[in-house]
Design a protein. Structure first.
Ligand code: ADP
Ligand code: MG
Length: 597
């Protein structure tokens, strides 16, 4: 083929491939444009999964007659003028390619009227250059109609999923954007059904709650964190409303939805040990950061970002969430009415809910509509934030009501303890609580160095398989840290010359433990996250050393266990996230016995 200059239409169509893969992408671009134009009300209407018709109407600033054709031209934007502007761009769009791309793959009709203009103007394009603007009628603002999306790119059309799937994606994107923009009213009409009708509110909490579901309101704890100018505001779900997917996890950076591995990881870390594996906590976070410290220009859809210092953000998110979770009483209530259903069923099959979480009032702070306002102080520096974060954390301050100490502790069925606190009756799983207590102690000790070890006069020889020998080598650091002095002697034997004192004191056979830990550590992918692996292995230790169901405890032992409950963090859940205690509220008992006032 001879070399040819591509036509502008073809260039736009190719560009469209990057940003516009499906109707939901069109919705995202057009809704963001409306927000950039200062809209207070945005209506989205979709027919046939969006490929038949998309109409986005706003009451924003509007476009002048003369700018209409420019709006559809490639690389035409009103939002940046020079490369320097990119540094601090405060609008959602700035590449000036969305409208041109969409116009190149659809039948587009753009009607707009400036607030100060007497009439509206309309311009149309059918997969190519736009015609001349024509006068039209209509209220101030802009309405964009996109019909027959991809009519001239059959290959792309083939990639579209069924209408309901595309609709779900449209709905998802509208909800996401609406979450970050509570000051703007949103409606979404899919076919002839209005599926979303959100009034403008001035309180970010109520918008998030409206979208997550009002029934979750009591289970959403407020996150409000500030470190050297960066702010994190949001709502963190109690462990109880963790869901089977990560759908209810959303992170926004300066109003923009982002996906970021490091932040996702921080989130998991914050909830580690509070939710069982396979469950995903509900978390909505709005991070506000000086835009100069992030590069959002990494991907055309701008959902991936590059932080100047990802580590600091990771730490800040973790601190923010942990701080919130620590401040609340997370003891689940044994809700006797709710035999099934509820926000989510608990792993044990019962359906406890978290009562008294006290989501608290709403904050005046929240996601910022206008990026220019409320930005962190220009002097913000990661270094400052880091040093602030590295300050020792204040000792655990839980709102967990204290257990009455002057009463006899009842051990029932040799596995549960019955005690009373100000709110009601607590049922405690002795194994789960003891496991958490020992886990926290082990973690504290390992934080100061390696676990204490006991030298063996005669080394112990343990028979193992080849995998264990290999895993001993890769995990040697961790093995030493938890208190073992272990060396391979031959292809199938390990010699132990020192073992963790902790295991001996709790009558756990150290050789067996090491073999199990090595097998666990050699499972796929575990070696990659050393911190997580260490944590898991410490938990194995704690679990093996903890009292079991069936162990009768003396009154003295029971008292010691309960005393420890109040001195550690996350006493409400065992390290695997299962609850250690359930509360039957005294009000519930009163009601059941007909004593309610
Ligand atoms: P970008 O948003 O990156 O600037 P677009 O192609 O999305 O590029 O839009 C091009 C221009 O058209 C914008 O910069 C803006 O000036 C104008 N525009 C688009 N949509 C609207 C709207 N809903 N209201 C007012 N102006 C708009
Ligand atoms: Mg745009």
């Amino acid at each position: 083929m001879p070399i040819r200059q591509l036509s502008p239409e073809l260039v736009n169509q190719i560009a469209a491939g990057e940003v516009i893969e499906r109707p939901a992408n069109v919705v995202k671009e057009l809704v963001e444009n409306a927000l950039d134009a200062g809209a207070n009300r945005i209506e989205v209407h979709s027919e046939g999964g969006g490929s038949q018709l998309l109409r986005i109407t706003d009451d924003g600033a509007g476009i002048t007659r003369d700018d209409l054709s420019l709006a559809l031209a490639a690389h035409a934007t009103s939002k940046i003028a020079s490369i320097d502007d990119l540094e601090s761009v405060g609008t959602m769009g700035f590449r000036g390619e969305a409208l041109a791309s969409i116009a190149s793959v659809s039948m587009l009709r753009l009607r707009s009227r400036r607030h100060d203009a007497d009439e509206a103007w309309v311009i149309e394009a059918e997969g190519g250059p736009a015609g001349e603007p024509q006068p039209a009628s209509g209220p101030p603002g802009t309405s964009l109609e996109v019909r027959s999306l991809f009519f001239n790119v059959p290959a792309r059309r083939k990639f579209l999923k069924t209408d309901p799937t595309e609709q779900a994606r449209i709905s998802e994107i509208v909800q996401t954007i609406a979450m970050a923009n509570p000051g703007c009213a949103f409606t979404l009409r899919l076919g002839d059904r209005t599926t979303l009708d959100l009034p403008a509110v001035d309180d970010p909490r109520s918008r998030v709650v409206a979208l997550l579901g009002r029934e979750l309101s009591d289970e959403l704890l407020e996150v409000d964190f500030e470190a050297a100018g960066a702010t994190i505001w949001g709502l963190a779900g109690t462990p109880q409303i963790a869901g089977p997917t990560a759908r209810r996890q959303r992170v926004f950076l300066n109003g923009r939805p982002i996906r970021d591995k490091a932040i996702q990881h921080a989130l998991r870390e914050a909830y580690r040990g509070l939710v069982v594996p396979g469950r995903h906590p509900t978390v909505v976070l709005f991070i506000e950061l000086d835009p100069r410290l992030v590069d959002v220009n990494v991907s055309p859809t701008k959902s991936e970002v590059r932080f100047r210092d990802g580590g600091a953000i990771h730490q800040a998110v973790r601190h923010a969430l942990k701080g919130t979770l620590r401040k609340h009483d997370l003891v689940p209530t044994l809700d006797l009415d709710r035999s099934s259903g509820g926000p989510s069923s608990s792993p044990s099959g019962a359906a406890p809910s978290y009562g008294g979480g006290g989501g608290g009032g709403s904050s005046s702070r929240g996601p910022q509509r206008e990026f220019g306002s409320g930005l962190p102080s220009p002097g913000f520096e990661y270094a400052a934030m880091k040093s602030e974060l590295e300050q020792p954390v204040a000792p655990a301050q839980t709102l967990m009501p204290a257990i009455r100490k002057d009463l006899r502790i009842l051990q029932v069925h040799a596995k549960y303890l019955l005690v009373e606190d100000a709110e009601g009756v607590l049922v405690i799983d002795q194994h789960a609580l003891h496991e958490r207590v020992m886990f926290e102690q082990l973690k504290a000790r390992i934080g100061e160095g390696a676990l204490e070890r006991q030298q063996l006069l005669v080394p112990d020889v343990v028979e193992v398989d080849e995998v264990a020998i290999e895993s001993l080598e890769t995990l040697s650091e961790m093995v030493a840290k938890i208190g073992f002095d272990a060396r391979p002697i031959g292809p199938r034997a390990i010699s132990l010359s020192a073992v963790p004192s902790f295991l001996l004191s709790r009558n756990v056979e150290p050789g067996d433990f090491l073999v199990e830990a090595l097998a666990f550590g050699s499972e796929k992918g575990r070696v990659d996250d050393a911190e997580a692996l260490l944590s898991e292995v410490l938990d194995m230790m704690a679990c093996k050393a903890a009292v079991k169901a069936g162990d009768r405890l003396t009154q003295h032992e029971l008292e010691a266990l309960l005393a420890q409950r109040e001195s550690i963090e996350r006493a409400t859940n065992c390290p695997h996230g299962r609850p250690t205690s359930l509360r039957i509220p005294i009000t519930e008992l009163d009601r059941r016995f007909g004593r309610s006032s």
